[in-house]
Design a protein around this ligand. Structure first.
Ligand SMILES: C[S@@+](CC[C@H](N)C(=O)[O-])C[C@H]1O[C@@H](n2cnc3c(N)ncnc32)[C@H](O)[C@@H]1O
Length: 276
C-alpha cells in the first residue's frame, strides 16, 4: 500500500497523465502500480510526500526527464514479431502495390510504426518487405518507429530479442536474419539501422509534424489504452500525417469506424484496413 498516494491524489495523477499522453488509468486496475512507482520515485528524489513529487513533475521538469520516467513506468509495451501477421501480408500483397501506382518514379514510400515499442513491429514490416522483393528493387522504403517510452526505444536500437519475442517467426526467416546468442536472438547487422527509431508522443503535434508525411501508418494496440476523446484526437493527427490515399492499419480489437468517419474502410481477405 502506498505511503503517499490517496485516491484523490491518484485521480490528480490520472488526470495529468491523461492530459499529457492520452493514457487513461483506472483506480481499480492501476492504483497499485502507480502508487508503488510514486513511493519509489519520491524516495529516490528525497521527497517525503506526494505534493513535492507532483510539484516537481509539473513545474520543475524543464527537460521533461521526470515525465519521461513516469511514461516509462506506466506504458504497457507488450509486443512480438509477426503479431497479427495477416496485416504484414496485406501490406506487401496489396497496400504497397496500391501506393506504388500513385507515386512518381524515384519517390520513396514512407511507413510509420506508431507505437513501435521494442521494435518488433517495424522490423516485421522490414522482414515482410524483403521477402516480397519487387517494390524494394525500384523504390526506397523508409520505415520509422516511434514510442513515448524511451526505454523501449533504447532496446529497439539494440535489436536483441527474447525467445518470447521471436516465437512466431518462421524458422527459415529466423535463421536467416537472427544470430542465436546464449539467451537471446540478435537481429542481423544487415537489418539494424533499417528502421529509424525515435522517442515521440503521438499527442505532440509539433513532434508529429517533424516526422513528415507517410503513405502507411501502423498503429496497433495503443488506442485500446485511450478513451474516446483521445482516440479521436490521435485518429485526426494520423489523418493529417497521411499522404492522399494513404493507409492505416490498426490492431484487431481496434476499429476506425467507431472512432472517426474520415477514412474509407476496405476489407482485403479477412483484414480490415483504412484509407484516406
Ligand atoms: C502494447 S504496445 C504495442 C506495440 C506494437 N504496436 C504492437 O502492436 O505489438 C503499446 C505502446 O504504446 C506506447 N504508447 C502509449 N502512449 C503513447 C503515446 N501517447 N505516444 C506514443 N506511444 C505511446 C507505449 O509506450 C507502448 O510501447
Amino acid at each position: 500500500m502506498s505511503n503517499f498516494l490517496s485516491k484523490e491524489n491518484f485521480e490528480k495523477m490520472g488526470e495529468y497523465i491523461y492530459r499529457k499522453s492520452g493514457i487513461y488509468l483506472e483506480y481499480d486496475k492501476h492504483f497499485d502500480k502507480i502508487s508503488k512507482y510514486i513511493d519509489e520515485r519520491s524516495s529516490k528524489l528525497g521527497f517525503d510526500n506526494f505534493r513535492k513529487y507532483f510539484f516537481k513533475l509539473r513545474f520543475e521538469d524543464k527537460d521533461s526527464s521526470e515525465f519521461q520516467e513516469l511514461m516509462n513506468a506506466v506504458t504497457v509495451n507488450e509486443t512480438y514479431f509477426f503479431r497479427e501477421k495477416n496485416q504484414f501480408e496485406v501490406l506487401v500483397d496489396h497496400v504497397l502495390h496500391e501506393i506504388d501506382k500513385t507515386k512518381r518514379a524515384g519517390e520513396p514510400i514512407r511507413i510509420l510504426s506508431a507505437p513501435c515499442s521494442t521494435g518488433e513491429e517495424p522490423y516485421s514490416i522490414i522482414l515482410h518487405i524483403i521477402e516480397e522483393g519487387e517494390i524494394v528493387e525500384k523504390r526506397d522504403i523508409e520505415v520509422i518507429g516511434i514510442d513515448i517510452d524511451s526505454t523501449v526505444i533504447e532496446k529497439a536500437k539494440k535489436s536483441e530479442y527474447s525467445q518470447r519475442s521471436i516465437h512466431a517467426i518462421p524458422k527459415n526467416i529466423l535463421s536467416q536474419w537472427f544470430e542465436k546468442k546464449k539467451f537471446s536472438y540478435k537481429l542481423s547487422e544487415d537489418l539494424i539501422g533499417t528502421v529509424d527509431f525515435q522517442v515521440a508522443n503521438i499527442f505532440d503535434k509539433s513532434e508529429m509534424r517533424k516526422l513528415g508525411k507517410f503513405d502507411v501508418i501502423f498503429s496497433r494496440n495503443m488506442l485500446i489504452y485511450f478513451d474516446d476523446a483521445s482516440r479521436k484526437e490521435v485518429a485526426m493527427n494520423f489523418y493529417d500525417m497521411l499522404n492522399p490515399n494513404g493507409f492505416i492499419l490498426l490492431g484487431h480489437a481496434e476499429y476506425m469506424s467507431r472512432i472517426v468517419s474520415v477514412f474509407k474502410a476496405k476489407k482485403v481477405g479477412d483484414t480490415l484496413i483504412y484509407q484516406k
